[in-house]
Design a protein around this ligand. Sequence first.
Ligand SMILES: [Zn+2]
Length: 372
Amino acid sequence: MTTQQISVGGRTINAGKKRTFRFACSETYHGDALEIPVTVINGTSSGPCVFLTAAVHGDELNGVKIIQEVAAHYEPEDLRGALVCLHVLNVPGFLAQQRYVPIYDEDLNRSFPGDPRSTMAKRLANTIYEEFITKCDFGLDFHTSTRNRTTMYHVRADMRDPDVERLARAFGTSVILDGEGSHGTLRRVACRNGIPTVTVEMGRAHRFQTAHLDRALHCVASVLAEHEVLPDQPVSWPGWTRVVARGGEKRWLRAETAGLVEMNWGPHPLVEEGEPLFTISDHFKEDVEVVRAPSTGLVVGVLESAVAYLGHPLCHFVSIDESTAEIIRDDIERGVFDIYREGGFQWPEPRWYAKHEHDANAEHTGDVFGYD
Ligand SMILES: [Zn+2]
C-alpha cells in the first residue's frame, strides 16, 4: 500500500482512487469551454504513472474506443502505479470530425511541447503537455491513418533509446518502424524529455475496427505487465517482429501518372516482387501506369482514394526478407490479417471494364453494366 498521490489537470487523486473529470483545455469563439475527458486510475500500490492518449488527430477514433475500454476496465486494486487516460486530445478536431485543429488547420501533433503565447494549437499542446504528460513516466499515443488511407497495425518508436525499445517491444506488434518522429510530435518531444513514448498506428480514420481494438487491449495489458503495473499478467509476444530501420528499408511508392486508381494488391499486406499493386489510368485508358512491388514486402500503409495526382503517395512499402515472409504467410493462413482490407476492396479480374478494343461497329448497350 502507498499513499502516493497524483496531481494532473489541477486535480489531486489519492492512491486507491479512480476519478473521471473534464479538463477545460481551451474555449470556442462562441465562449464555450473545450474539455478533454480524463480518467485517472491510481493504484492501491505504487508504481509507474502511465499516460494513454488518443485523437491528437481529431478523426482518428480507434484509440478513443481503446481508451474508453481501458478506463472502464481497470480498477485501483488491479494496479501497481497509475493510468492517466486522456480520451481525446484534439477536442475541436474531434467535434468537427477532422484531423487538424479547425479553423486554420493546425496539426496538434506538430505543436508539442507548445507555447502558451502562440497559436491555439500550440497553447492546447502546451496545456496538455504541462498538465499531464510531464507528470507521467511513459506513455502510449494512439493513431490511425488519415482519411482515405489505411495502415497496418504497428508501432513507431525511437529504438535507439533502450527504454523506448522496451516499451515498443512490450506492446507486441509485429512491425516496429524505428525513427524519432517529426518535429513537434508528442512522442518525439516526450522522449527527448525522458518520458518514453511510442505511437501506435492501426487501421482507418472515422470508425471503430473491432479486431484492432481487441488486439490493442491485449497489447496495453502487455505493456503494463512488462513494467509491472500489472505484475501477474503475461507479456505478449507477437510471433514475429520486424524492426524497420530508419532510412532505406521503408519508402513511399508514389504515382508517376495522375488519374484513376485501381487497387490490385491484397487482400493481405504481404506482396511479392513484381506483383501489381495499383493501376493508374486516364479516362480513356490510353495512359496506364502499373505500379509493382519493388521487392517482397509489406504494404504497411495504403491510399484508399480512387484518384491520384502526380507524386501522390500510394502506399508505404517495407521490404522484408524471405524468412520473415514465410512466417507472415503462416500468419495469413491463420487469419491474422483478415481485417486489413476491411472497408476497402480489391479489384477483381477485369470483366466489362477491361480496355475495349476500338471498334467502330461496337454498340454500347445498357446491359453491359448489368445494372441501371
Ligand atoms: Zn494521427
